[in-house]
Write a protein of this length. Structure first.
Length: 221
């Protein structure tokens, strides 16, 4: 029997109280800049048992303005920006070369929270990008060495051969260079924090970068 998608969707719940802790959020107590609040919320998501809290949606656009989105890993967040990495020749890499602007989206359902960040993106120097790669796992290096990200693949057998060879080299040469590997930083111009509420009185706090510091404002849910 075929699955009835609409019936399945109607059967699902959002923020089941058995698995979700909707905490109060008073925006009047929020810090003056978004990074400290992001760090606090991220730590709380980790403590609450949110699976893979460091994964995020990354939205970019191609030369004609057509959007694209995918899930990537957060590599860090500091005063320089929110960082992630990829091959310069991948689809996202090509997008960022042509339109160096992106948006990030974090969703932590165990707390009913979202964080959205957007702004210009810049590429870190090669030395820093390679250092970021070599600080990661052998599997991450093997994946980077496999290369050809976003290119058309002729068969899974071809992927298997390339991957096996890359794993062998990663184990043999843990500092093997991958010139195309690029660390990107998004410098936030805007950051929004969303706290869900059981009565749908969601709290949305938006930060916007000003000439000096940040402005803050509430948004209707």
């Amino acid at each position: 029997m075929a699955t009835d998608l609409h019936e399945l969707l109607r059967s699902l719940r959002v923020w089941d109280p058995e698995t979700t802790d909707l905490r109060p959020f008073d925006p009047a107590t929020a810090p003056a800049a978004p990074l400290p609040l992001f760090t606090e919320w991220f730590a709380q998501a980790v403590a609450a048992g949110q699976p893979e809290p460091h994964t995020m949606s990354l939205a970019t656009a191609d030369a004609s303005g057509q959007p694209d989105v995918r899930i990537v890993m957060l590599h860090g967040a500091d005063d320089a920006g929110w960082s992630f990495a990829s091959h310069a020749g991948s689809r996202k890499g090509r997008h960022l070369t042509g339109r160096p602007y992106a948006a990030l989206g974090f969703y932590w359902p165990v707390l009913g929270r979202q964080v959205r960040v957007r702004g210009p993106v810049s590429a870190a120097p090669s030395e820093e990008s390679q250092g970021d790669l070599h600080a990661r796992s052998t599997g991450a290096l093997a994946a980077a060495l496999t290369g050809r990200q976003s290119e058309v693949l002729d068969s899974l057998e071809e992927l298997n051969r390339a991957s096996e060879s890359a794993w062998e080299r990663a184990a043999r040469e843990p500092q093997a260079p991958v010139p195309s590997w690029t660390l990107y930083r998004l410098r936030a111009e805007e950051a929004e924090f969303f706290q869900g509420d059981a009565r749908r009185q969601h709290v949305r706090l938006r930060y916007r970068r000003a000439q000096e510091g940040w402005t803050r404002e509430l948004l209707w849910p």
